[in-house]
Design a protein around this ligand. Structure first.
Ligand code: SAM
Ligand code: SF4
Ligand code: SF4
Length: 383
């Protein structure tokens, strides 16, 4: 394999695609490339349309789940007893192929999408993921991936070469016992060190790395200061997430939420913090700088201080359903639309209709009634 090219394996879901196209490209490749440059130009020049929902919120971010499977069983997301051996995950033919995902992204970009995040389940379990990254990175948009980090050492370099810009690694502990308590993995081959190595490989590969930690009362609160001390004075932004009532299986309770206020006071007592502005509209984390110059941290207060007012995210599940809220019960079948032969304009019209009717603000309305309502699982919809 030439160093500047990644070729898809014979049984992968996508045809070979050059990461850095050479002069000797085939005609279909040239057409495809020209089309992509056209879209990137269209996008970069601001010639895209901007669609708004019933609250005037734009569509800016696409989160794409590439699998509903995972090699962890985090108790707050996929509790082992609910996602057991006999759990029926999506079958291969139900998943959007990389070509289909690429098609959806190409069609939706002109609606104002600026960022794409690849997620899951565990996205690094999807075979040849770098081929998808290479396809999407050709559009010149901000491309990120969320992962539990277990396979990151193996794939960081190839993903970076394929055009990935950023990676968010979920890390809820800094000792093996708490790590296993959070992800419920007793597999001795899966160690905390593997995740730390993955973070190092991603950094070495030139990826921007953020760290996400879900805090659950009575389980890993002690990790807050440990993580702060580990990641201060590194280029990595550490972000704490409140435990959320996503899905129907994690037995969420209010008293297990460690609020952002509490997290900030635990950190601030030892390392004083100064708030700074969000870097872009719709950013989910509130940002703080250590007063002593130790770097930046973020807090995602999805429960105690909801941020629905700015929410510009649409999610596409691994089987091609569009969800306009993390807490939605029903999706809109985009896979049927594209497999039915819709044109790009028809795909856009499908999305415009969905977005124009969007009135989601689950977290702002959170109450005893909403928390028990039917909701889709986070591992399926993509975090
Ligand atoms: N498997 C990948 C990972 O863990 O990073 C990507 C998918 S995971 C569903 C995406 C993010 O959702 C992770 O950062 C995870 O910690 C977060 N998450 C999952 N369940 C959550 C919950 N109940 N409350 C808060 N965050 C949650
Ligand atoms: Fe898997 Fe991520 Fe969910 Fe943990 S949070 S079970 S790693 S999908
Ligand atoms: Fe967006 Fe729904 Fe979360 Fe509100 S609850 S921020 S609308 S995903």
């Amino acid at each position: 394999m030439a160093p500047s090219r990644i070729m898809a394996e014979a049984d992968s879901d996508s045809p070979a695609l050059p990461i850095f196209p050479t002069i000797a490209i085939s005609v279909p490749e040239a057409v495809r490339l020209g089309f992509k440059i056209g879209i990137a130009y269209h996008h970069a020049t601001g010639m895209s349309e901007s669609i708004t929902d019933t609250f005037g919120r734009r569509l800016r971010d696409l989160r794409i789940s590439v699998t509903d499977r995972c090699n962890f069983r985090c108790r707050y997301c996929m509790p082992r007893e609910k996602f057991a051996e006999d759990f029926e995950f999506l079958r291969r033919e139900m998943l959007l192929s990389f070509e289909e995902i690429n098609r959806c992204v190409a069609a939706l970009l002109p609606l104002g999408v600026e960022k794409v995040r690849i997620t899951g389940g565990e996205p690094l379990l999807r075979r040849d993921l770098a081929n998808l990254v290479a396809m999407l990175s050709a559009y010149g948009i901000d491309m990120a991936l969320t992962t539990n980090g277990a396979l990151l050492s193996k794939y960081a370099l190839v993903l970076s070469k394929a055009g990935l810009n950023r990676v968010t690694v979920s890390l809820d502990a800094l000792d093996d016992e708490t790590f296993r308590g959070m992800n419920d993995m007793n597999d001795k081959k899966m160690s905390l060190q593997q995740i730390l190595n993955g973070i190092e490989s991603a950094t070495d590969a030139g990826l921007e790395v953020k760290i996400n930690c879900v805090v659950r009362a009575g389980v890993n609160e002690h990790v807050i200061l440990q993580l702060v001390e580990y990641f201060r004075h590194t280029p990595h932004v550490l972000r704490f997430i409140e435990f959320m009532d996503v899905g129907m299986t994690n037995e969420w309770r209010w008293d297990e939420v460690v609020t952002s206020e509490r997290i900030l006071s635990i950190i601030g007592e030892v390392y004083p913090l100064n708030p700074i502005k969000r870097s872009y509209p719709g950013e989910v984390a509130e940002r703080y700088l250590f007063a002593d110059g130790g770097g930046e941290i973020g807090i995602i207060s999805s429960v105690s201080k909801p941020f629905c007012g700015d929410c510009s995210r649409a999610r596409i599940s691994a089987d091609g359903k569009i969800y306009t809220c993390l807490f939605a019960a029903e999706g809109h079948d985009l896979r049927e639309v594209i497999r039915g032969g819709a044109s790009d304009e028809e795909v856009r019209e499908f999305m415009r209709n969905i977005w124009h009717h969007r009135d989601d603000r689950y977290s702002e309305l959170r109450s005893a009634t909403t928390t028990t309502a039917e909701k889709i699982e986070m591992s399926y919809i993509g975090g």
